[in-house]
Ligand binder design. Structure first.
Ligand code: ZN
Length: 489
């Protein structure tokens, strides 16, 4: 019954969306199910990440974890249950998160004295511990990261993009000065940008969120925003400068070098399994996934082609030889299954987004060559010599990574417009989508009207943009503030 409800919820969401949005939503769901990244679960709003999807998440984790460690952070683990009283200590934080909290009221067959919140994020419990650990300026900075699951009770869910339970990493830091905390928040945003562009092959805009879109309890929220292939935006990661809000709520005080007692300055930052959704929507095409080589669980797949048993023996031997040759440097898979035809396998691996496919038939064996197929361009290169194949493959993987990044950059450029007329703004948001750069007066009321009338939101106030004289796109009031609008996931 729940399974049906869950599928119905997804169907209802797709029905609400019209035309190309609905088509794209169907494509997204079908691609995930058919490429076996994830499946619906019997628990409403929650998904099962299947082995192929989890392998992709593991690649993301591995690369990002190293980057987090290289910037001085250590991993730790905190309980998933948070005493209810902790959540209420920071006023804005509880107001922001209370509506989506799951609450445990019973344990061991008894009603609990104090209900426990299943973490929607861990600022409160981590800062409770920070208060114990931070006594002196010598204890700072404290740089912690946690890989964990969190729960936010979502009414409208979508695989990887918005699920009730999801996996993520959350960084939490405490610093002696405001400047150090600010630098940290921006440094980690820089790490996310680096990861998005150099690993996921997705260009991102960086900047600050408006007050309306700010993390509950933060002073400033920074984000990376990517443009998907349907020209809708996706927030792919956030980094928050928390000021002293949580330090005051949890009494994280330290003896300064000068001898005074001061509150710590803090940050938090996170990315989640949503990144998998970004990769699917940012690169995929009508055939299915296109995975960036640096993160693909399988970078190269080898498909044997033969008709007779005699051919099979020589072809298999060669495929195994190629597999063993590439194994030390590449994530390679030899598809030995006999129940499927080569044509079926071609479609299968294309759908799963494997960057490079090597086709090996009897003539290739005889000629000491292989046929190479690229997933990103569909190009087939015949007669690639066996000698030096590992270098050829390494070069191609680099080329695919570069090509899909450049393609995404070009797509974003084509779909970024500078507008001054609200009429044009509205029709763009109805038909073309994309990023729209425009002036905004800074009033929340204008931001809200635009959202109401066009479903577009201010995605980001870019860091490096100079003030530019103009008129607010909505009210026509004088404005120097340039911002980026888009319809977003
Ligand atoms: Zn205005």
């Amino acid at each position: 019954m729940e399974v049906k409800d869950n599928v119905d919820a997804q169907a209802a969401m797709q029905e609400e969306e019209k035309g190309k949005d609905a088509e794209r939503a169907r494509w997204y769901t079908d691609t995930i199910l058919q490429s076996e990244l994830a499946d619906y679960s019997p628990v409403k709003g929650c998904m099962v990440i299947r082995p192929y999807g989890y392998a992709l998440w593991e690649q993301i984790q591995k690369a990002l974890d190293q980057m987090i460690k290289d910037t001085g952070h250590s991993n730790a683990y905190f309980p998933m249950f948070i005493p209810e009283s902790f959540m209420t200590k920071e006023k804005e934080h509880v107001e922001g998160f209370a509506p989506e909290c799951a609450v445990v009221t019973h344990g061991g067959g008894k009603k609990l004295e104090e209900p426990l919140i299943v973490r929607p994020t861990s600022e409160t419990i981590i800062n409770y511990m920070f208060a114990k650990w931070v006594q002196s300026w010598r204890d700072l900075p404290l740089l912690i990261n946690q890989w964990a699951n969190v729960v936010r009770w979502e009414m409208r869910t979508r695989l990887f993009l918005r699920t009730t339970e999801f996996l993520w990493q959350e960084g939490h830091t405490a610093h002696a000065t405001e400047q150090e905390a600010e630098e940290e928040a921006q440094r980690m945003l820089g790490v996310y940008k680096d990861f998005a562009e150099n690993w996921m092959a997705l260009p991102v805009l960086t900047g600050e969120k408006t007050e309306n879109e700010r993390f509950a309890g933060a002073v400033r929220t920074y984000c990376i925003e990517a443009l998907m292939r349907d020209a809708k935006a996706l927030q792919a990661g956030t980094s928050h400068f928390l000021g002293q809000n949580f330090a005051k709520a949890f009494e994280i005080k330290f003896q300064s070098a000068e001898g005074g007692l001061e509150f710590a300055w803090q940050t938090s930052w996170g990315v989640s399994t949503r990144l998998v959704g970004a990769i699917i929507l940012g690169h995929g095409d009508e055939k299915g996934l296109i995975l960036p080589p640096k993160l693909a669980p399988i970078q190269v797949v080898i498909v044997p082609i033969y008709k007779t048993d005699e051919d099979k023996a020589t072809v298999f031997e060669r495929c195994q030889q190629i597999h063993d040759l590439l194994k030390p440097s590449v994530r390679v898979h030899f598809d030995k299954r006999e129940q499927h035809t080569p044509g079926w396998k071609f479609n299968h691996w294309e759908q799963k987004g494997v960057p490079i496919r090597l086709n090996v038939g009897p003539k290739d064996v005889a000629g000491n060559v292989v046929e190479v197929a690229r997933r990103d361009t569909g190009e087939k290169i015949r007669g690639v010599a066996m000698s030096g194949l590992e270098n050829e493959v390494a070069g191609l993987l680099t080329a695919v990574q570069k090509n899909i990044f450049e393609r995404a950059v070009a797509f974003r450029k084509e779909n970024t417009r500078q507008l001054t007329e609200y009429g044009e703004f509205k029709s763009t948001m109805e038909e073309k989508y994309g990023f729209v750069e425009a002036n905004w007066c800074g009033a929340s009321s204008c931001e809200a009207s635009i959202k109401e009338e066009t479903k577009a939101t201010i995605r980001v106030i870019p860091f490096d943009w100079q003030p530019q004289d103009g008129k607010c796109i909505r009210c026509g009031g004088a404005s120097t503030k340039r911002v980026v609008f888009a319809k977003a996931y």
